[in-house]
Design a protein around this ligand. Structure first.
Ligand SMILES: Cc1ncc(COP(=O)(O)O)c(C=O)c1O
Length: 325
């Protein structure tokens, strides 16, 4: 096998990163991107343009995996080329550090849309439950709830957000007005897609908590854009697309679910870890078969959800499972 692949040789041509006090800082940052120098790109809110050093790692890893494919030890970890086939604890830990959460509460997805769908499907809301969203959702934050309404008989309602909004309190009032006894979920963006408006997420999560309602945040436009601390915000779930403002490689998303709720969220994509309640983030994000060691061929054997429910005294109540947690 060659010592250095052509793509690896290219690494030497990636310009070094400038020091923070370099007077020519921004020109040197611009050089990190492969787009022609006379072109500008303004659609990072859809997909970020990854810099050369990120592309180098992605392409280099892909090429090397195939060069070395005949040498892979499938019983001892396999290859890390396929996302969703292994726990990817290192990556989930980095995402956890970014949002202040333990990696076991973070599932890897392909984008924000997939994160919201995994959550909506996994909550198992009874028919008649109401999901309250806003009238300014991006389809990636709305359609999973629409599907649930059509398929499971939940009700979808929208809080009307006044545009332009004079103060954040008006947004909280819009939700206060829309909450009903049947409301089980409040779902809203951290930064709205069309207006680029930062919503008062902490206040909305407290309102949800006071009313025994789950709070779900669409953070697609927030990761890499503004600081995120899910514990400080107090949300029950948060999903995002690092392939936007973090300029991660395309096809990168995550879903965070709070410790007191994640155990109760069913996985939609089931493989060998579907019942692994010791690493719930991997359970929800697994979308392939892990390396076939003798142990991983057997189904996961942790106490099943129903057995754990019985031992803790019966079924879950939406009103109490997360209230005040
Ligand atoms: C607020 C918001 N939510 C969700 C999405 C969907 O993101 P993705 O296509 O990465 O799933 C977007 C995309 O622009 C968005 O702006």
């Amino acid at each position: 096998m060659p010592d250095e692949l052509p793509w690896e040789a290219l690494h030497r041509r990636i310009p070094p990163l400038p020091a923070h006090d370099d007077p020519d800082y921004w020109r040197k940052i611009r050089e990190q991107f492969p787009m022609p120098p006379d072109e500008a790109y303004c659609n990072t809110g859809t997909i970020g343009a990854s810099p050369l050093r990120v592309l180098h790692v992605v392409v280099g890893h892909t090429v090397r995996s195939m060069v070395e494919v005949a040498h892979v030890d499938w019983s001892g970890g396999g290859m890390s080329l396929l996302s969703g086939y292994s726990p990817d604890t290192e990556l989930r830990t980095k995402i956890g550090e970014l949002i202040n959460a333990h990696h076991s509460l973070v599932a890897l997805t392909q984008n924000a849309t997939m994160g919201m769908n995994l959550l909506a499907n996994g909550l198992d809301l009874p028919a008649g439950s109401e999901v309250l969203i806003t009238d300014i959702e991006h389809p990636g934050g709305r359609c999973g709830w629409e599907l649930l309404a059509e398929r499971r008989g939940t009700t979808l309602c929208k809080a009307e957000i006044p545009i332009p909004v004079e103060d954040p309190g008006r947004i909280v009032e819009a939700f206060e007005k829309a909450i009903r006894p049947e409301t089980r979920v409040m779902s809203f963006p951290h930064i709205s897609s069309e207006q680029g408006m930062i919503l008062p997420v902490k206040e909305l999560c407290s309102l949800a908590r006071e009313n025994g309602i789950l709070s779900v945040i669409d953070g697609a436009q927030a990761t890499g854009h503004i600081p995120i601390d899910v514990r400080e915000i107090g949300c029950d779930a948060y999903y995002s697309s690092p392939h936007k403002w973090l300029m991660a490689p395309a096809g990168n998303g995550f879903l965070y679910v709070k410790e007191t709720l994640i155990d109760e969220v069913w996985t939609t994509l089931a493989s060998t870890q579907w019942n692994n309640h010791e690493d719930n983030g991997y359970r929800l994000g697994q979308r392939g078969t892990p390396p076939c060691s003798r142990d991983s061929r057997r189904p996961w054997t942790s106490t099943s959800r129903s057995a754990r429910r019985e031992s803790t005294g019966g079924s879950r109540s939406w009103g109490t499972a997360y209230a005040g947690a």
